[in-house]
Ligand binder design. Structure first.
Ligand SMILES: [Zn+2]
Length: 267
């Protein structure tokens, strides 16, 4: 990358970051984390990777805000108007950043496939949650489909959430194809993104049901996966507090990236 490209890249990352801060996709800590992740992806990875990352970032931001008041009423909205903090940005960007570092050393398509898997998992999982919350009936627990759970419960699944999950992987695949992702064919891209996104997001739900920390809000008594609710610290009632939503998301993106590289090597 020459000095002109480097300067342009930094300007692009800063402008998009400031915009996303203005429209409250992220708060100030999320903004700083997004600047770091965005720079690593664009400078060590490449422009195609960066556009795929942006497709996830802005779609996730949009759907987090979609029908926000309704999600807030049922007690399942992201806190603070849906502006994501640094932990959420790192949870969705860490694996992608590590893959970009790998790609910076050896420009192999195996890293590109891994990136598609990590971002598809984040997109599938975020959209399954944010769109799935609009399902008019109660979700079921993924490990026991006879059991109804409150909307927003870790491990809860619904038909609408599953459609949104597949939509997430498809969207990432289509964007990757449009930008001419490292010469992959459309069929290969969609096979990677839909399957790895679906399996990564399903793995996230399973971890959600098995080990993820579940809390109770001391104010409204809601069961939540968030450590704070109604602006108060919640009480742990189930799972391990190390495995909060962000840690579970990070583990799931590793899983999704692994699935994607396995598909890449197989087909
Ligand atoms: Zn509450």
């Amino acid at each position: 990358m020459n000095p002109f490209q480097l300067t342009t890249s930094i300007i692009v990352v800063v402008v998009l970051g400031v915009f996303s801060l203005k429209v409250r996709i992220v708060n100030i800590t999320g903004f700083i984390a997004a600047e770091i992740v965005g720079s690593i992806i664009l400078i060590l990875g490449n422009a195609e990777w960066f556009i795929v990352l942006l497709a996830f970032y802005f779609t996730a931001g949009l759907f987090t805000k979609y029908k926000y008041e309704y999600k807030k009423r049922i007690g399942a909205a992201e806190e603070k108007g849906g502006a994501r903090g640094w932990k959420n940005v790192v949870a969705n960007g860490l694996v992608a950043s590590l893959l970009a570092m790998g790609y910076g050393l050896v420009a192999s398509n195996i890293f590109s496939a891994g990136l598609l898997g990590a971002i598809s998992t984040s997109a599938a999982d975020t959209l399954a949650t944010e769109i799935g919350l609009l399902y008019p009936r109660q979700p079921r627990l993924i490990t026991n489909l006879n059991k109804n759970v409150e909307p927003g419960t870790s491990g809860g699944v619904s038909p609408l959430g599953e459609i949104a999950n597949l939509f997430g992987g498809t969207l990432i695949g289509l964007v990757a194809w449009i930008v001419g992702f490292s010469g992959f064919t459309l069929q290969k891209i969609l096979t990677i993104t839909i399957i790895s996104g679906f399996l990564g997001s399903t793995f996230d739900s399973l971890l959600g049901a098995w080990i993820q920390a579940t809390f109770r809000c001391p104010v409204c008594n809601k069961i939540t996966e968030k450590t704070t609710h109604c602006e108060k610290t919640c009480k742990l009632i189930k799972g391990n507090k190390i495995f909060d939503n962000n840690v579970v998301n990070t583990i799931s993106t590793i899983f999704g990236a692994t699935i994607a590289t396995m598909i890449f090597l197989t087909i």
